[in-house]
Design a protein around this ligand. Sequence first.
Ligand SMILES: *[C@@H]1O[C@H](CO)[C@@H](O)[C@H](O)[C@H]1NC(C)=O
Ligand SMILES: *[C@@H]1O[C@H](CO)[C@@H](O)[C@H](O)[C@H]1NC(C)=O
Length: 510
Amino acid sequence: MLLHVNPFVLLATSSFFLGTSHTEEVQQAKMRKIPEGLKLGVATAAFQIEGGWNASDKAPSIWDNYCHIPGKVSDGTDGNDTCKSYEFYQRDIKMLKFLGVDFYRFSISWPRVLPNGFANKISKDGIGYYNKLVDELLANGIEPVVTIYHWDLPQNLQDLGGWANPLIAEWFEDFARVLYTALGDRVKTWITLNEPKQLGIYGYGTERFAPNICSAGLGEYMVVKNMLLAHARAWHVYDKEFRDTQKGICGITIASDFREGLTDSPADVEVGKLALDFEIGLYSHPIFSKTGGFPERVVKRIAEKSAEQGYPRSRLPELTKAEIDLIKGTSDFYGFNHYSSKFFTTETYKRGMFPIPSYSDDIGAVGTYGGYVEAPVIHTTKIPDGIRKALNWVKDEYDNPEVFITENGYGTFGGNNDVERIEYYKEYLNAVLDAIELDGCRVRTYTAWSLMDNMEWSSGISAKFGLFDVDFNDDRRTRRPRASAFWYKDVIAKRTLDLEAKPHAEEISF
Ligand SMILES: *[C@@H]1O[C@H](CO)[C@@H](O)[C@H](O)[C@H]1NC(C)=O
Ligand SMILES: *[C@@H]1O[C@H](CO)[C@@H](O)[C@H](O)[C@H]1NC(C)=O
């Protein structure tokens, strides 16, 4: 794919690690071995694939209700049925077998397992569904990787404030304990929360996501604190009550798209660092840094803006010393989702272009894709060097933790000969291999998002991320592997990244 602007001109200041001849040799290689310690898998999330929204005693989630508000989902679809995985999960397992993946990352629907939201009642059918799923994955040699919370909060907990209520840290701890108890004899990798940023900014700072609380500049910061505390409590429960007997690991997944200055002017370089701290550090620093707590740049900026705006205290809630200590060090790995990168400048920023107060106004700069060809689903614009930079940032900031790439993928609006998706995957995986082999990043998993097309939140079923196409007009939701599924299958089978591979889709269906 051609670029409007040569990225190497744009990124000249930050391409220092492209210099050695060893680097050039590796980068020119057309075939690269997948390192032995790197497991390959795919991911989904409960709300996006299960359907069965009112099956048995399941209660509504905030996403069930959000989709039923006219105008919220751009193509008017909802999550009632989606891929019908609640009914047809055995087909999902056949597809995973077809790909040959090492592991499958899926999430658990809180209102399916705990219809009251609280742990006083566990749904027999709800937990039974996940028991069967885990058993059949293991019977097929596929490791289950479980996300405890991927955004589908029980509506009754939302009615009590949801993530804005500090008590949610206790509710979440109780939910996590139910899952460790029920599934932890077989599930050895737990992810507490998926992407606290997206959940907070889109759900509490804008109307883009459930629960549709538009409290810009306030709500999204309130929920960050509560999410961090909830995550930490769930980790401590695993650590104290389950680790010895179950011998698994537990961590968090943080959206880690890269941010940097658009130009090398001092102002842009500085705002690039600020944007990165707002994007990732706000969520990762309290858990992974040696000092703990929110990143200094963010604390200072929000405090300054809050004071200017007449607030008697910062809009970013404080963490007490005890809270900082409770949160610090509570992840056995760095769960890393990545889709694209943005470039920030103060040059074109004007006061009032974003709502005041808001997260974007707090950053106080304009972020763009910096001249790269924008992807149809814009937040998956292909900038492969960005994943390498983000992995290096995590390595440098947090003393080179083990990193689990838990999502990476490309959105389209359909078509089964998905050449652009394959190109995206090839170039991103190539950059990940550079990060591992040239930079020493300790990446342990790579996860393609997603196994199949699904309910892409407020974009409905129109935005497609699947290695498999799903026919949503067909009652059986027939799935067909795209060219990218054949590509990934081949990478996994040969454990080799062939940069010149040009696979085609064959007519088969599941
Ligand atoms: C479940 O929802 C569907 C609509 O998606 C509706 O037709 C059906 O009656 C509901 N079932 C129950 C048990 O409420
Ligand atoms: C999903 O369920 C809701 C509530 O029963 C209903 O209003 C809506 O029409 C259903 N959606 C579809 C696509 O059937």
